[in-house]
Design a protein around this ligand. Structure first.
Ligand SMILES: [Zn+2]
Length: 196
């Protein structure tokens, strides 16, 4: 068992117990995927009610980081991964069905029964890439309907071109915490036991 690095009051009001925080690994099931483990993060355990809570300082950053991993996936996305990406982009099942040009029933089968094929997989990945690039550029979301790989590719390239054409001096402030977070993929923390 790792040493306690912090304590906090249990987040369940009715419990009132003390939570002990330790550095460890946490299977991040809350995001809807069973493939994501957060490594070397602070995990709080309630000594009273056994609740287990990870400390996630920037969930938005984390979810985009997971999305980048999914864009790099070498095999087809799973249905759960499609759902995760759809939600990250902020699309309801209804909106997603309009964008993809498929019925809501078909979307539901993609997400629950892994029925989508390679073409759909590519379109979804490009849709996410378009979302991420647009977000960086601060461009508002266009109204999309029956999108194609070609249309999305063009859109991503247009946004990147727009970014590349802007000219200004910028200062970059990178907090130590961000640097620390991005190095946690190295094996430095691999000897940490999994907290269960
Ligand atoms: Zn508790």
């Amino acid at each position: 068992m790792n040493e306690i690095v912090a304590t906090a009051r249990c987040y369940r009001r009715a419990c009132g117990g003390v939570m002990e925080g330790r550095i460890g690994n946490y299977p991040y099931r809350e995001c809807g995927l069973d493939s994501v483990t957060l490594k070397g993060i602070r995990v709080y355990h309630c000594t009273e009610c056994n609740a287990l809570v990870p400390e996630i300082p920037a969930a938005g950053v984390l979810h985009r980081l997971i999305a980048v991993h999914l864009l790099n996936k070498k095999t087809l996305l799973s249905g759960a991964e499609v759902r995760f990406l759809r939600k990250l982009c902020g699309y309801s099942a209804e909106e997603f069905s309009t964008i993809m040009g498929s019925s809501k029933a078909v979307i539901s089968r993609w997400e629950n029964q892994n029925t989508h094929g390679g073409g759909t997989d590519r379109t979804i990945r490009l849709l996410v890439l378009d979302f991420l690039v647009r977000e960086i550029a601060g461009k508002s979301a266009p109204v999309l309907k029956d999108v194609t790989v070609e249309q999305l590719s063009r859109q991503v390239l247009d946004t990147i071109k727009e970014l590349a054409d802007r000219r200004s001096d910028e200062q970059y402030e990178i907090p130590y915490k961000d640097i620390e977070r991005s190095t946690q993929n190295s094996n430095i923390n691999s000897r940490e036991p999994v907290l269960v």
